[in-house]
Design a protein around this ligand. Structure first.
Ligand SMILES: C[S@@+](CC[C@H](N)C(=O)[O-])C[C@H]1O[C@@H](n2cnc3c(N)ncnc32)[C@H](O)[C@@H]1O
Length: 217
């Protein structure tokens, strides 16, 4: 946790309640150790969607469908969501969860490796998104970025989760375990690219495990 635990608990105590089916899914994900968006990130996404009123949302990293369903609860009437996942164990649950909602016809689950799927989507003129939520394999974000930039409309918002890796990204590489060094290096490269790109205006927030907001200019 990047922000003091007590402050986070207090802020979260003020967040609005989830509909029962989402609250159950959240509890189930926690029980089964499926990494889903934290309360703080939920609140941020809800705010951003209300502010931006997107028409087409792309999510990279569905897991069991929690965040896609969460976004479907707060998106505008005419909005749709495309979400990408490749791990079968997660897909088994995502297929069921995403079908069993009143918004099912507005959520498209694409099964496959994110990089392949992003490339395929980027080749189609009809596949453009004004809100992209990146929440998949952290070490791959740099590889996803060129495709994501093609898929994002001018003025569109790219939200990337877990960019501070529980704060370890801010540490010297000598202060972290050898196992975490690759992800540390790649995430730093990703953050540097986002904050120094001529195409993007980016801010880094210490919400949850760290979130970046990038607008395509
Ligand atoms: C943090 S979880 C996503 C959580 C989800 N957004 C939520 O909050 O409910 C990341 C997901 O990305 C998936 N993932 C990892 N690498 C991937 C890849 N190369 N292609 C597609 N999905 C991938 C993982 O299987 C995992 O389910």
């Amino acid at each position: 946790m990047i922000v003091d635990e007590r402050i986070t608990a207090y802020i979260n105590s003020l967040s609005s309640e989830l509909p029962p089916y989402l609250s159950n899914l959240e509890k189930e994900a926690h029980r089964e150790e499926v990494p889903i968006i934290k309360k703080e990130t939920q609140s941020l996404l809800q705010f951003l969607i209300a502010m931006r009123k997107p028409a087409h949302i792309l999510e990279v990293g569905t897991a069991v469908g929690f965040s896609a369903l969460f976004m479907s609860e707060c998106m505008p009437e005419n909005c749709d969501i495309t979400t990408v996942e490749k791990v079968e164990m997660r897909l088994v649950k995502a297929r069921v969860n995403l079908k069993s909602t009143k918004q099912a016809d507005k959520i498209r689950l694409i099964e496959g490796d994110a990089l392949d799927v992003l490339k395929e989507l980027a080749d189609k003129e009809s596949e453009r998104y004004d809100f992209i939520f990146m929440d998949a394999a952290k070490a791959q974000y740099m590889n996803y970025l060129p495709e994501v930039l093609k898929l994002l409309t001018v003025g569109g918002l790219l939200v990337t989760d877990n960019v501070l890796q529980d704060g370890t990204v801010a540490q010297s590489r000598y202060g972290i375990t050898r196992r975490d060094r690759t992800i540390h290096t790649r995430m730093r490269e990703y953050l540097y690219t986002l904050t120094h790109s001529d195409l993007l205006k980016t801010t880094i927030l210490s919400v949850g495990d760290g979130v970046t907001l990038s607008i395509k200019e």
